[in-house]
Write a protein that binds this ligand. Sequence first.
Ligand code: MN3
Length: 206
Amino acid sequence: MSFELPKLPYDYQALEPWYDAETVKLHHDKHHQTYTDNLNKAVQEAKLEGKTIESLLTAAEAIPDAFRTRIINQGGGYWNHNFFWESMTPKGGVFPAEGKFAKALIEKWKTLDAFKEAFAAKALAHFGSGWAWLVLDKNGDLQIIDTHDQASPLSQGFKALLTIDVWEHAYYLKFKNVRAEWIKSWWNIVNWEKVEARFNEATGTR
Ligand code: MN3
């Protein structure tokens, strides 16, 4: 048993003009594939085949010392990107008008624009490579966090709801060094339906 690179839930060019086909292809077929291959190699050497990616990331203490950092880094890269692709859709950007998720978000940030501003500020201020996330913490409260390199919120006890990749490889071809433009563009392809479904699953909402 080994981990497989998941197929994209849309075509390479489907997120245009907000996310360019060249970057999506390179990001998925090369970067994400490399994390997948390196994770499989490390898991095989550590004789941990058969474990789910979630169990590896949430119970790192069970990984032998000699392999822990490698598996956490490559496994985070594998899982974070799976989650990232599913956080976007060509028909994105439509925030739910009602429901428990929308209510919880507005309760915390007052307006969608205020949330977006806070999320974008976290993504923009992140120093170096990493990710910005909307998560549920252990108390079930919504939080905006960032993680460094390929660290995953799973390992920190959070339930992830939404993420943006702010490594330069995620946006450099089209947006050059201007991360703010990538974030601004990305809002148009956010899969809010998926975010809401993740919230409902994490909170047991039907
Ligand atoms: Mn990436």
